[in-house]
Design a protein around this ligand. Structure first.
Ligand code: ZN
Length: 475
């Protein structure tokens, strides 16, 4: 049965989600395993998603006044040790170069796990006066964090990301920047990835090593687990003091700057796969989909069919749509399965009968619904449909997330909640022991703290709660 080919190719999404994920990323040719354990090769279909993510985010950064720069991959080991929390947090994950050019190096070099230190050292050279502030820079780069258990896109020893690094004259301005970039990420996730997120501050335990405060956006995956999809950090003067980032202020006093950093990575590709995928495979959000429309000719040997398909392809491409015409020898049924598995948002079928009627058939990947559209206005119809698909994907994912955020008043309720694939909101007194207890009892971690005031009691110790926390199992 050609119709159900996909069932044989990928594991069942509900009964074996981890295998479904592995099958989908490999079989749709997004990624492959690299020869060094824990590394991944991003194949063209996967890299095209990243390019679209970059394009969309980069425009938003530039609108926010951020400029791109590039800093070196290698960081002197001594830099890493200048900020105490930072070195402690990253020490277990760093890869170190000890030999080069056939000789042992005088000082070992760290392959960047993140660039606060090297960028901080350069900022200290470049910043003299309040007139030099704020400094708003970003770099698109690879980083390396030696991980023990890895999965393509979600956790790999080398990954691609962007890291923004800013310096400000005041605490308030730096905090504003931290929250502003979190809002940029949230809007980007909604508009471009059709992905709803929860945003909020991280607990001390979950914050970035060296930050005063970390804010994150968390997305709910198909199995109800959480995925940290992006973070922004208010670094206070921690790195400014470690790297002597000082400026002469208006009042003539020499002061330390306040810094921030923020990043998203190729993890976002894993996030969109696990947010939107279904039993047939990928479901690509239209804004970042490498291919937005595939045209499948029906009875392609019949006179005029291929010509009409090529003509339609040109029209769509001219309208700015990323379109592919599948002229391969495979049967239409085989092509339907293949492109469905690859998650292409819209499939257009065009055959002799459609041509006669001046119509074409469009099938949506998100709902699998089909409809007839006039051929001569196909480009406008496609653009409207892509927009509708994007909104529908966001709304469905949002409805699912809202439905699966539950409250708990006891640890047993919390455990039942996360066992059932939910995010669980609960009161927390703010102490590390209670947070650890939740982890131990329910294998769930504090994802974000809600800003709201709470009259709750701590779910562990019963004391007055300082915060409401969203707990979940996480990738
Ligand atoms: Zn407590």
């Amino acid at each position: 049965m050609a119709k159900d080919n996909f069932v044989e190719q990928i594991a069942d999404i509900d009964s074996d989600f981890p295998q479904w994920y592995t099958d989908v990323v490999l079989k749709t040719k997004l990624v492959d395993y690299g020869p060094v354990k824990g590394t991944m090769v991003i194949r063209p279909y996967g890299y095209a998603i990243w390019e679209n993510i970059q394009k969309e985010l980069d425009r938003r950064f530039k609108d926010a006044g951020i400029e791109n720069a590039y800093f070196p991959l290698l960081i002197p080991m001594s830099f890493m040790t200048k900020e105490a929390e930072h070195v402690e947090g990253f020490a277990p994950e760093v890869a170190v170069v000890t030999h080069a050019g056939g000789e042992k190096l005088a000082e070992p070099l760290v392959i960047r796990p993140t660039s606060e230190t090297i960028i901080g050292s350069m900022y200290s050279k470049w910043i003299q006066s309040y007139r030099d502030l704020p400094v708003l820079m970003n770099q698109w780069a690879n980083v390396m964090r030696w991980e023990k258990t890895t999965r393509p896109f979600l956790r790999t020893s080398e990954f691609l990301w962007q890291e923004g690094h800013t310096v400000h004259a005041s605490e308030e301005e730096a905090m504003d920047e931290t929250l502003k970039m979190l809002a940029v990420y949230e809007e980007f996730a909604k508009t471009c990835l059709a992905m709803p997120v929860l945003t909020g501050r991280k607990t001390e335990k979950e914050k970035f090593a060296g930050a005063v405060a970390t804010f994150g956006m968390e997305a709910m995956m198909h199995d109800g687990k959480s995925l940290q999809a992006g973070t922004t950090h208010y670094l206070g003067q921690n790195f400014a003091k470690a790297f002597e980032i000082k400026f002469l202020d208006k009042d003539g006093a020499l002061k330390y700057g306040y810094t921030t950093s923020f990043g998203v990575s190729t993890r976002l590709i894993g996030a969109l796969i696990m947010t939107h995928g279904d039993r047939r495979g990928l479901v690509m959000p239209p804004v970042v989909a490498p291919v937005q429309v595939v045209i499948v000719p029906i009875a392609s040997k019949k006179e005029g069919v291929l010509e009409a398909c090529r003509d339609l392809k040109e029209k769509l491409a001219a309208a700015g749509v990323r379109v592919v015409l599948d002229e391969s020898e495979n049967s239409p049924g085989w092509k339907f399965n293949e492109w469905e598995m690859k998650g292409v948002p819209v499939r257009i079928e065009l055959g002799p009968r459609d041509l006669e009627a001046g119509k074409c058939l469009m099938a949506r990947r998100d709902t699998l619904e089909k409809g007839e559209y006039a051929l001569d206005s196909a480009a406008e119809s496609v653009r409207a449909l892509l927009k509708e698909i994007s909104e529908n994907m966001y709304n469905s994912a949002k409805a699912r997330m809202d439905r699966r955020i539950v409250r708990a008043n006891t640890l047993a309720e919390l455990l039942a909640g996360v066992d059932g694939g939910n995010f669980v909101r609960a009161g927390w007194c703010g102490c590390r022991e209670c947070e650890d207890k939740v982890k131990e009892f329910a294998q769930a971690t504090a994802r974000v703290m809600d800003g709201e005031n709470t009259s709750d009691t701590c779910i562990v110790c019963g004391k007055k709660a300082e915060r409401t926390v969203v707990f979940a199992r996480a990738y």
